[in-house]
Design a protein around this ligand. Structure first.
Ligand SMILES: Nc1ncnc2c1ncn2[C@@H]1O[C@H](COP(=O)(O)OP(=O)(O)O)[C@@H](O)[C@H]1O
Ligand SMILES: Nc1ccn([C@@H]2O[C@H](COP(=O)(O)O)[C@@H](O)[C@H]2O)c(=O)n1
Length: 649
């Protein structure tokens, strides 16, 4: 299997991959062949398989090509014949046609063949000439559109190395010379209306010598040699199976044999759709991401070594099976990796799980690594857990500030330092960016990466796209808050007790968050009514990101007379947690709110929408007030997105 160059394949591998339903099109005798885009309307990706079929004239190349197309009836396949690229004969050549060698490489316009294949390979339609064996000319063309599989068939398709290198699969049809000659006589005297004497003359003068000199020597380039051509159904079945496998794989899997993307089904795509949707509820996010993680974990466990084991069944029969590998452990990269621990524990009862925390310190991006790993880790197989593989940048890279992805490289290096053999590490991701895959697979070729989807890439902020947001934040904190809410449901009516319980629960889980009850109180002044507000202030210990947890956030905004504007804000706040900035935006979307001073960047913001007693500032009945509480610990930080609001309805 080879792409034109490694660079081509690397580029292709960063693109969106889609495997799904395809339109079956007629591949011959049509003026327009194949649709240019898949049914999704997405841009065409590089064809996955360019199969070259070579062999002597009348060996059955076209027959084999047609049989492959027939079996790949649910895929978009196109057959291109090398015959289409025969040079048209000049009047002079035509006058001495018996002396013309049609079996010599120079008889073909190989440059045109190459450029046409390049076009198809890069997803562009191309006009391919039609050759007329009676007039010895190519006049009209047929439009061929790009497809997922391109089959190029012809006596000399393996001759030019540039054409050969475009092929992912090379097939040589090996049919006995006498069979080929018999078929040729029948074809040339019948279809082409030639004299038998002329056919035999051409055979001995050009066809046979060229076969021996140019065609047979290319047999060595073949990946598969098919004896008996179209009669060999087993060989054709195997070829079709291989093409199907390749079509279902991500391009990156072709570069890195240590990368495994779990087989995608519509069920899996459905779960991905749910967890990637920013509107998905916390419950659904946790539930479906957990289901997907279990699949990744199970797939990863499948890569562990096993020993054969026989057991006796209750019927007294002997069952020959396998025994799981016992010496294994999990290691989660804190914090997002912790969200995978439950799934691992569910699959491997009592498994030891270590932790690695890569902590960024200061603006120079200097990293500190904390670890708590099993003492005998060097003797274990390690399932390294991190749901998102992002940049994969190694340390001292151009982007020292990036912790995501970098953490993967750092964590692996630490495991190696602890004596874990590289081949004993299985890195489990839920989603992986191609950039991170390149870095990890290149630097650690013996590590296996198991993931459920490969992403399109990274955006300008080096975040994985399409991605699913900060996984750890969406999952670990939310999962624990949800758990706490469930546990302390009975105290929910008393907000003070409920908040204290949830706060203590979070602290006791040792999640790497600091939590405190935060109370704000304000006096009435300048049109604002006095009031107070309480929430749980959660701060991520490493990055300092703040979260604002309120057991009944939307309840704060319940008023008797809701207006359209008011409802819009309330819905926005109750649907999902938003960054401070988006919260401000929505507040600003109400005209009178926007006239109020914008809170400074270094403050914690509490927003209350209770009607001020003496207010005349009504937006069609919507009263509001905004309270800005200075947060001394945040002074100096100018990050607008430091605080995230997680309303819990
Ligand atoms: N296995 C086969 N048994 C009988 N006839 C065959 C077989 N394979 C091909 N043929 C016939 O031989 C001729 C040449 O086959 P084709 O597939 O066009 O060969 P090529 O493309 O190598 O020139 C065609 O008439 C075809 O029908
Ligand atoms: N005008 C022509 C052009 C080509 N040939 C013969 O066709 C054979 C290649 O076609 P296949 O379909 O069999 O691959 C080759 O052997 C040429 O001699 C011809 O006779 N006249």
């Amino acid at each position: 299997m080879s792409y034109n160059s490694m660079k081509d394949l690397t580029e292709a591998s960063s693109r969106v991959h889609f495997s799904g339903l395809h339109i079956n099109m007629e591949t011959q005798n049509t003026q327009i062949e194949q649709a240019s885009t898949s049914m999704t309307g997405k841009p065409h990706k590089q064809p996955f398989v360019i199969a070259g079929v070579a062999g002597g004239a009348s060996s059955g190349k076209k027959t084999v090509g047609d049989m492959i197309i027939d079996q790949l009836h649910d895929q978009r396949v196109v057959l291109v014949n090398q015959d289409s690229f025969y040079h048209s004969l000049t009047p002079e050549e035509l006058s001495k046609v018996h002396d013309y060698n049609f079996d010599h490489p120079d008889a073909f316009d190989t440059e045109k063949l190459l450029s046409s294949m390049e076009m198809l390979k890069h997803g562009k339609s191309v006009d391919i000439p039609k050759y007329d064996f009676k007039t010895y000319k190519n006049s009209i063309s047929r439009r061929v559109n790009p497809s997922d599989v391109i089959i190029l068939e012809g006596i000399l398709v393996f001759h030019d190395p540039r054409v050969r290198d475009m092929m992912n699969m090379k097939i040589f049809v090996d049919t006995d010379a006498d069979v080929r000659l018999a078929r040729r006589i029948r074809r040339d005297t019948g279809e082409k209306g030639r004299e038998i004497g002329m056919v035999l003359d051409q055979y001995s003068k050009f066809v046979k010598p060229s076969f021996d000199n140019f065609i047979l020597p290319t047999k060595k380039y073949a990946d598969i040699i098919i004896p008996r051509g179209g009669d060999n159904h087993v060989a054709i079945d195997l070829i079709v199976q291989h093409i199907r496998t390749k079509l279902g794989q991500h391009d990156l899997c072709k570069i890195y044999p240590n990368l495994y993307v779990i087989h995608s089904t519509f069920q899996i795509r459905g779960m991905h759709t749910l967890i990637r949707d920013a509107q998905t509820t916390k419950h659904d996010f946790v539930f479906y991401s957990d289901r997907l993680i279990r699949l990744v974990v199970e797939h990863g466990l499948g890569h562990l070594p096993f020993t054969e084991k026989q057991v006796t069944t209750p019927t007294g029969s002997v069952y020959t099976g396998v025994d799981f590998c016992k010496r294994l452990c999990g290691v989660s990269v804190i914090r997002s990796g912790e969200s995978m621990e439950n799934a691992l524990r569910a699959c491997c009862k009592g498994i030891k799980i270590g932790k690695i925390l890569i902590h960024r310190e200061g603006d120079n991006g200097q990293q500190l690594i904390y670890e708590k790993l099993p003492q005998d880790i060097s003797e274990r197989h390690v399932l390294l857990l991190d749901p998102i593989l992002g940049t994969g940048m190694p340390t001292h890279s151009t982007f020292p500030f990036l912790v995501h992805g970098n953490s993967a490289v750092q964590a692996i290096k630490l495991l190696l330092k602890k004596g874990v053999p590289e081949g004993n590490i299985i890195f489990l991701n839920l989603i992986s960016a191609p950039q991170g895959v390149h870095v990890v697979c290149k630097e650690f070729p013996k590590i296996k990466i198991v993931t459920s989807e490969i992403e399109t890439g990274l955006n300008q902020e080096f975040r994985v796209v399409p991605g699913m947001g900060e996984f750890g934040d969406r999952n670990v904190l939310q999962a624990n808050v949800l758990k706490a809410m469930e546990v302390f449901q009975s105290t929910r009516s008393n907000k003070q007790i409920f908040h204290r319980n949830v706060m203590l629960f979070l602290l006791l889980q040792n999640l790497g968050y600091n939590a405190a009850i935060c109370k704000t109180k304000w006096e009435s002044s300048g049109g604002l009514t006095s009031g107070n507000y309480e929430f749980i202030d959660v701060v991520r210990s490493d990055s300092g990101t703040r979260y604002f947890i309120d057991g009944n956030f939307s309840g704060e905004f319940d008023i008797a007379r809701e207006t359209k504007h008011f409802r819009r804000i309330r819905q926005h706040l109750s649907r999902h947690g938003g960054k401070t900035a988006s919260c401000r935006t929505s507040v600003r979307s109400v005209p009178s709110l926007s006239r109020r001073p914008r809170p400074p960047l270094n403050t914690t913001v509490a927003i209350s929408l209770r009607p001020p007693r003496d207010s005349t500032a009504a937006d069609g009945g919507c009263w509001w007030q905004m309270v800005v509480v200075e947060n001394p610990s945040e002074v100096g930080k100018e990050d607008d997105d430091e605080m995230t609001i997680l309303p819990l309805m």
